[in-house]
Design a protein around this ligand. Structure first.
Ligand SMILES: Nc1nc2c(ncn2[C@@H]2O[C@H](COP(=O)(O)OP(=O)(O)O)[C@@H](O)[C@H]2O)c(=O)[nH]1
Ligand SMILES: [Mg+2]
Length: 315
């Protein structure tokens, strides 16, 4: 029997692509692209109308640069990264900042759980054992903790670092995930969607630096506010009774207590009890209406769910 055609039994090497949203990062982009290329097959930079030489430097250092005509924000850049890496047939997309806050040498560690099939999304985390941050201001840490607590209340993922942009996505995650947000609240939208689509999310320790020339485009306050507002809106859609019912109950109890005190003292000081009496009434009414709204939204949610199951068979 002659030798038949050789069958290639060696699995083909996975295609690993790194993507960097890029906005006026000429101080750091060159070094980051070069350091990243040591660990991946291609680097894609998405430039949103930088006015400096970021695009030129990134191209010179070996990245493929895509320019948006108008600024579409971090979310727009991520959408383009998803589309481009799917077109390239990437097996993994790693996203990292072009401002030097993430260490490209951690890429092998971050893609490991995807290569071994343990996860579809991996987050480089500064808040789990072995992870840390350098020179991170205390108010940013507090802000991230509050946002993370709110987001963990609405999803069951229990992620410790919901705000890290150092992430890796499997091809399955690239195909399934859908998102609309333009700004940094996208970090939470993706996790919500991953949760709904039952994608496996893992966290791997990493270092996130704040001692870089331009660590953040937005102030902690505006960033924190947008993301926290998103987290609370999602939470109120998913668990309206917690968000509206608990404060509503608190107000109702306060109103009732004040009302009782006012009634108690009616006999002695008729004139002075009118003020507290009215306050008690409106606090109580506000509490009741919050509870009622919470109940209505909660049942609307159940009805909607029932309809979706009936109409589309999706559970
Ligand atoms: N394409 C694009 N990239 C952006 C935009 N805003 C910020 N970036 C990049 O996204 C990354 C994260 O932004 P940054 O301001 O550092 O956010 P932070 O570190 O989370 O506070 C950086 O690499 C920025 O260059 C934008 O509007 N478009
Ligand atoms: Mg940054």
């Amino acid at each position: 029997m002659g030798d038949g055609p050789e069958v290639d039994i060696v699995a083909s090497k996975p295609l690993i692509v790194a993507g960097m949203p890029m906005y006026n990062e000429e101080e750091t982009i060159g070094t980051i692209v070069r350091r990243t290329l040591r660990h991946v097959d291609a680097v894609l930079c998405i430039d949103d109308g930088s006015s400096d030489s970021s695009a030129h430097l990134a191209t010179r250092c070996g990245a493929q640069v895509t320019r948006h005509r108008v600024n579409r924000g971090y979310g727009g850049a991520l959408k383009t990264l998803f589309v481009k890496s799917l077109q390239m047939g990437a097996d993994i997309l790693i996203t990292l900042d072009s401002d030097g806050q993430h260490d490209p040498n951690d890429i092998p560690k971050i893609i490991e759980p995807i290569l071994s099939g343990e996860a579809d999304i991996v987050i480089g985390s500064r808040f789990i054992d072995g992870g840390t941050s350098v020179d991170m201001p205390a108010y940013r840490r507090l802000g991230i903790k509050v946002i993370t607590a709110a987001s963990n209340l609405s999803s069951d993922l229990n992620i410790k670092d919901t705000q890290s942009g150092f992430r890796a996505f499997s091809a399955k995650a690239l195909e399934l995930l859908r998102f609309d947000c333009e700004g940094m609240e996208l970090s939470l939208e993706i996790l919500e969607d991953a949760n709904e689509k039952e994608l496996k999310v893992a966290e791997i320790p990493t270092v996130i630096r704040y001692d870089v020339p331009k660590g953040s485009r937005f102030t902690a306050l505006s960033h924190g506010f947008t993301v926290l507002a998103y987290a609370l809106i999602t939470l109120s859609q998913k668990k309206p009774l917690i968000v509206l019912g608990i404060p509503g109950f608190g107000l109702l109890a306060t109103g009732a207590a004040m009302g009782l005190r006012a009634i108690d003292s009616v006999g002695e000081f008729t004139d002075v009890t009118i003020g507290p009496g009215i306050t008690a009434a409106w606090i109580g009414v506000l509490g009741l209406s919050l509870i009622a709204t919470g109940l209505v939204l909660q049942s609307a949610r159940s009805i909607l769910k029932l309809l979706i199951v009936k109409e589309f068979g999706i559970d």
